[in-house]
Design a protein around this ligand. Structure first.
Ligand code: 5GP
Length: 206
């Protein structure tokens, strides 16, 4: 069942936890969910496309977006700015679509303040050793970047209490099934469907 208004599904995880892979699979398997494309000041990595992976921009344009109120949240991560454009989220959720956000913990906490009904999911690596291996093996970041991403990862674990759900990404398929179960249950919450009786029975209820 799809709720009347779309949900915001916030997924955070330390870099290298594999949340990108979870989100990619989820988007293929659930067509009611789309991914919000963030704005960022970081340089594109090989293979990343502007407008698809991110909206890549310089700091001055990013600051203009903040001033115009065009971002629902933003954060600074490893020396770059990242932010979620508001309009896309408003349009899609008003039409009943769900939007998934892959954002930092600080950004997620700000979203929850702004949209208390957002679903908050924290993805955990199966072990610290595996987290370190995944970050190093990714090969897309410089050595300095790898160590700051690791430092940041350790600090982000402290915020898990701000999330409603914790999913361990040991096996990708299992983690995706768990996220799908969370989303299915959230869609059935009565508070997301306050008009369910009217919609189902169209006035036939005696
Ligand atoms: P990456 O540089 O690896 O693509 O992303 C670095 C971090 O920025 C990741 O933890 C990712 O979740 C986060 N991030 C991406 N987009 C946004 C955004 O719009 N807002 C916030 N707060 N974090 C973001």
């Amino acid at each position: 069942m799809v709720a009347e208004k779309g949900m915001l599904i916030v997924v955070s995880a330390p870099s290298g936890t594999g949340k990108g892979a979870i989100i990619k699979k989820l988007l293929i398997e659930d067509k009611n969910i789309t991914h919000s494309v963030s704005a960022t000041t970081r340089e594109p990595r090989k293979g990343e496309k502007d407008g698809v992976s991110y909206f890549f921009m310089n700091k001055s344009d990013f600051k203009k977006m903040i001033t115009k109120g065009a971002l629902i949240e933003w954060d600074e991560y490893c020396g770059n700015y990242y932010g979620t454009p508001k309009k896309y989220i408003d349009d899609v959720t008003a039409a009943g679509g769900d939007v998934i956000l892959d954002i930092t913990v600080a950004g997620a906490v700000n979203i929850k303040k702004e949209c208390p009904e957002a679903v908050m999911i924290f993805v955990l690596p199966p072990s610290i050793k595996e987290l370190e291996r995944r970050i190093k093996d990714r090969g897309t970041d410089s050595t300095a970047d790898i160590s700051s991403r690791l430092e940041f990862a350790y600090s982000e674990f402290n915020n898990i209490g701000d999330y409603e759900y914790a999913v361990v990404n040991d096996n990708l398929d299992t983690a995706v099934e768990e996220v799908k179960a969370i989303i299915a249950a959230e869609r059935m919450k009565y508070k997301r469907n306050p008009l369910i009786l009217d919609n189902l029975y169209k006035g036939d209820l005696k």
